[in-house]
Design a protein. Structure first.
Lengths: 502, 83
């Protein structure tokens, strides 16, 4: 890579991020908390699509995915099915979250829990689970960003410089403009990510295989299993594909930075349309890594660390300008994910910890915006400290199991929106027991029959059984709570046959 | 949406889920349509099947009941705020 092009490219990109941050700051001179965290619930389809897309796809799409296809061939493509389950959650759960959020002013899934289950305990458990699942993951993303920058620039940008640079840039634009800055930066970052991914794939595939079909044919000639299921390592059995899709797709929806977007949208029609077009837009980032991974397998047949395949091809096969565009795309992917996470964790801590327990009256809008900004800085510092100095086993577990951990919360979220009979006891027992069971499975204290079912799904099954069983065995929730939530959806008694098609 | 309709949709979703788990595990044609291996092609078709069902639910049913009348819902909220 040419150092001048790298520094000019990164400087221009940083200027754009700061300009958007300042613009967001100017747009909301006196922001309320709702404004800082949800941008006034006014997000249109294009913005929510770009924001969700760029937040969900991190540097993993550029580094980890080509590596996975290098190892497993196209059999890993089964996992992309997680996107349709994520979109199904947007439709079935997100639409209802939008309605109750609009009516009752919710900011997070956790304050929905407090109202629906009339229980601070449910809210506190969900808060602890969400923060515990996200905080180390956030620290890992920032740390990984430093390592990625160091790797792809071949030490031109050191680990420490990369880490400090990304942390500062993201912090500045998040603290300045809150949600608005994050969303508008997400749009710019989504465009850079898309251009980088498609451009790099096109150039690399042409050079290595003479086209997409050529790459597949050459990969099949190396090892036919690379273009078949269940792949060379025989890992991706049907049950493993399906249950992994459930964990990543449904657990991914329960991540606060994704589910919170449902509250931020302008209308329910936007949420529903998002659910329809999101799987199609996801194909643009899910298909190229297949060809990148297989091209890497052709170019470097015996790599020990498959995750290096894309950075190596980037340096060896692309022009210096194209390589810098890819570098910016990777930066954009990291920053969009990190900024969404920071904002979500901060909103949970402000709303469900600070206001609920320390400042129930809430104070003025300015005061709450200041509290939100201070908490945002503390979140970043805390996540980095936890990943760098935290107990290694705990950090490793929380990072690896982030999706499965949130899948257990999804049971309580979906149940609360769809099942009138769901009670706070059911929610508490379900979350505690399934999370504990997950830890036992993850640490191999307990092993389940080898049916190729993901540990997260075993824990979820236990959670569903306990949620239903304990809810039925305890007093039904108060009628006023049930009416408050379900009157929103119930058709009026004696409604005509419009219950079907519009 | 009627109860029968909901059951039929559940069945369609279940079938699509089976499709996601890729029952064509042993399909081995290296290239399909000139650039996609057959299993990838089928998986993309299944994903588009989900999109079709989601589109039907979103734009041709009243799955979420009365809040599907979004304008009424928002007007009601404005009235509440004014009160």
């Amino acid at each position: 890579m040419n150092p001048t092009i790298v520094y000019v490219g990164v400087a221009l990109y940083t200027l754009v991020c700061f300009a958007i941050g300042l613009w967001g700051f100017g747009k909301a001179r006196r922001p309320t908390m709702e404004d800082f965290f949800l941008g006034g619930r006014s997000l249109g389809l294009f913005f929510v699509l770009c924001a969700t897309w760029s937040t969900l796809f991190s540097a993993f799409s550029y580094i980890g995915l080509p590596g996975a296809y290098y190892r497993s061939g196209i059999s890993f493509f089964g996992i992309t099915g997680n996107i349709v389950l994520n979109a199904a959650c947007m439709y079935f759960i997100g639409s209802r979250m939008w309605a109750v959020g609009k009516k009752f002013g919710f900011i997070n899934a956790t304050d929905l829990f407090a109202e629906r289950y009339r229980s601070s305990a449910v809210c506190v458990i969900a808060t602890i689970v969400s923060v515990a699942s996200l905080l180390p993951y956030l620290g890992l993303q920032i740390r990984g960003a430093g390592l990625t920058l160091q790797g792809v620039t071949k030490d031109m940008i050191s680990f420490e410089t990369g880490l400090i640079y990304i942390t500062l840039v993201v912090l500045v634009y998040v603290v300045l403009g809150g949600f608005r800055s994050v969303i508008y930066n997400d749009v710019v970052q989504a465009v850079i990510m898309l251009v980088g991914m498609i451009g790099a794939t096109w150039a690399i595939v042409e050079k290595v295989g003479g086209g997409f079909g050529g790459v597949i044919e050459k990969a099949a000639a190396i090892n036919p299993a690379l273009t078949q299921f269940p792949g060379p390592a025989n890992i991706w059995s049907p049950m493993m594909v399906l249950t992994t899709c459930m964990v990543i797709g449904m657990g991914g929806f329960a991540w606060p930075q994704i589910s919170q977007r449902m509250y931020a949208t302008r209308s329910m029609k936007t949420v529903k349309t998002l659910a329809v077009i999101f799987p199609i837009s996801a194909l643009f980032v899910n298909i190229p890594p297949v060809f990148l991974g297989l091209a890497g397998r052709i170019q470097y047949p015996d790599l020990k660390n498959a995750d290096l395949v894309f950075p190596m091809m980037m340096n060896d096969l692309l022009s210096p300008t194209m390589a810098v565009i890819i570098l910016l795309a990777i930066l954009a992917a990291i920053m969009s994910t990190v900024s969404g996470m920071i904002l979500s964790i901060s909103s949970i801590l402000v709303r469900d910890v600070w206001i609920r327990f320390f400042d129930p009256k809430g104070g003025t809008a300015e005061r709450m915006a200041t509290v939100s900004r201070v908490v945002t800085v503390l979140v970043v510092a805390g996540s980095l400290a936890f990943v760098i100095w935290g107990p290694k086993t705990l950090v490793g577990l929380l990072i690896e199991a982030s999706g499965p951990i949130m899948l257990q919360v999804l049971v309580v979220l979906a149940g609360g929106l769809y099942w009138r009979r769901a009670t706070k006891a059911g929610a508490i027992v379900s979350m505690l027991a399934s999370e504990a069971f997950l830890v036992l499975l993850w640490t191999k204290t307990i092993t389940m029959p080898a049916l190729g079912i993901h540990n997260g799904v075993w824990a979820m099954l236990l959670g569903v059984v306990l949620y239903v069983g304990v809810s039925l065995a305890t007093q039904p929730p108060p009628e006023e709570v049930v009416r408050k939530f379900f009157d929103l959806y119930d058709e009026p008694a004696g409604a005509p046959a419009r219950a079907d098609a519009k | 949406m009627s109860t029968t309709g909901k059951w039929i949709l559940c069945l369609v979703y279940a079938l699509l889920l089976v499709g996601l788990a890729c029952p064509w595990q042993k399909v081995g044609e290296p290239v399909y349509l000139g650039f996609l291996p057959a299993p990838m092609f089928y998986l993309i078709l299944v994903q588009l099947g989900f999109v079709g069902v989601a589109g039907y639910l979103a734009f041709f049913t009243r799955f979420h009941g009365r809040i599907e009348d979004e304008e009424d819902f928002l007007r009601g909220l404005k009235k509440e705020v004014r009160r």
